[in-house]
Design a binder for this molecule. Structure first.
Ligand SMILES: [Fe+2]
Length: 187
């Protein structure tokens, strides 16, 4: 039997090899753009290199991607924190890098095909193909389309990560007369 995997969800992954500082924080989600801090300047550059690879992979028409938002997530075992399924509006690609080694507290992706993700749609057996978990391994980076529903179950071990949003910037859609535009972001 040949399996044709049509229209898969593409999630991109890298392993960041430099040492990462873990800030002390008890905040569930930080308010600041954490990747703008000097201690993360190398990481920020690396993530932008990753976004350049995605741009080439799809042949996107934009000068570059920019990090429009980034924040620290600190999910505490004491409070059984987690994060319900959500998407990242106002960005093209969302991403995360795991600062703590918490493989048992994975990020969970939901099948984007809603009819298939609904368990009541003709269930045949108990095979659950609706969710895919990726262990939260320290220094792993994941980048995925903004509309990808993802979440985290309640955690048994503290789980620290940086999440971020990427948007196309500069000249965008430059060969399309009707949709070309120039995008720049200020903070
Ligand atoms: Fe998220």
């Amino acid at each position: 039997m040949e399996v044709l995997k049509l229209f898969p969800l593409e999630v991109f992954s890298w392993n960041y090899e430099k040492h990462l500082m873990i800030p002390r924080s008890t905040e569930y989600q930080s308010n600041i753009d954490i990747l703008d801090l000097e201690i993360y300047s190398d990481l920020k550059s690396y993530i932008l290199e990753c976004s350049e690879q995605i741009k080439k992979h799809y042949g996107f028409e934009c000068d570059r991607f920019e990090l429009t938002r980034s924040w620290l997530n600190t999910y505490s075992a004491e409070h059984n924190d987690g994060m319900q399924f959500h998407t990242h509006p106002m960005c093209a690609f969302a991403g995360v890098i795991f600062l703590s080694d918490s493989p048992q507290e994975p990020i969970i992706f939901k099948d984007p095909l809603s009819v298939r993700a609904n368990q009541s749609t003709i269930p045949i057996g108990s095979t659950d193909l609706c969710y895919h978990s990726i262990p939260s391994v320290k220094n792993k980076i994941l980048i995925f389309p903004w509309w990808t529903e993802h979440g985290v179950s309640s955690v048994n071990k503290n789980r620290i990560s940086i999440a971020f949003n990427l948007m196309p910037a500069g000249n965008v859609n430059y060969t399309d007369r009707l949709s070309k535009l120039n995008l720049n972001y200020t903070k």
